[in-house]
Design a protein around this ligand. Sequence first.
Ligand SMILES: Nc1ncnc2c1ncn2[C@@H]1O[C@H](COP(=O)(O)OP(=O)(O)OP(=O)(O)O)[C@@H](O)[C@H]1O
Ligand SMILES: [Mg+2]
Length: 317
Amino acid sequence: MSIIESSDLTKYFGDLTAVDHINLSINDKEIFGLVGPDGAGKTTTIRLLATILNISAGTATIDGYDVQKEPSSVRKLIGYMSQRFTLYADLTVKENLHFFARLHQVPKDQRETRTNELLDFSRLRGFEQRQAGRLSGGMQQKLALACTLIHQPKVLFLDEPTTGVDPVSRREFWRILTQLNQQGATLLVSTPYMDEAERCTRIAFMDNGRITACDTPLNIKNNIGGRLLELDVNNPRAALAILKTASELKSAYVFGELLQIAVDKKEFSIRLIRRLMADNHIVINSIKEIPMSMENAFLSLAGAKEDKGVSRGSANV
Ligand SMILES: Nc1ncnc2c1ncn2[C@@H]1O[C@H](COP(=O)(O)OP(=O)(O)OP(=O)(O)O)[C@@H](O)[C@H]1O
Ligand SMILES: [Mg+2]
């Protein structure tokens, strides 16, 4: 059953279309990931669904409630953790939790119990009296999440909740998210980290306000990114410049001393690459297919347009 639905959801900022006719259907208890380059429209999409921005066109519902027409019913169901720091730096951990409890009208007699549950759940016990501004980055994000959870929302919108947080704290944060999900929450989370995208049940890739791909991480890797070749040459930089001019290839990137090239047709592309390298006196040490990683699939999806731009302005193959 779908708990988050949108139909042609659109947001204009003046002449700019930040969110462009998005159709989402997110199932109950999914962990749904939103990925895409800077300015793709991820934050705007989340803000529309979280009733923070007015919708320009189209509709959206959360658990059957219309986001535009029934915002107060929607707000009771959702928790929203914004991309920017939302805590009160000079309030303590406990004061922040109490503040959000009042804000979300958690009944007075439940506030203390709920605060204590969340202190344990987020492993912030022992830091109750510390000012939020003096917590580490990872702990601040856990506190922000705990504050978002104070009214026990069914649907959570998390906008880049772990950006800038160290890998150990990110793992800890995801442990909490997985636990929340197992307890029945549906999560819509935007992230720049591909290891986090892989933890999602499905991912939507956004670009220029549109969803250009939406599938399970496995299918995105297997189908959408294409196949991946690894090329070892004597001059990777020169080889990259040449490969970027080949419109038949989806994208090409340098990884360390090796080149990774996303392609649609393997045998055809290998022949093409061999010819291009030979024509330009570049020596191939090896060329082979390697498994598509989420990062490569992302680069392939994000880079296709940009690389084609380069190819148009450069010499033909
Ligand atoms: N309040 C606003 N007024 C005008 N333009 C806006 C506003 N908010 C966002 N935009 C524009 O809308 C587009 C989408 O922005 P958005 O913040 O949704 O992208 P994003 O995918 O979240 O990017 P990032 O990865 O950098 O967080 C951008 O071009 C941005 O400049
Ligand atoms: Mg954003």
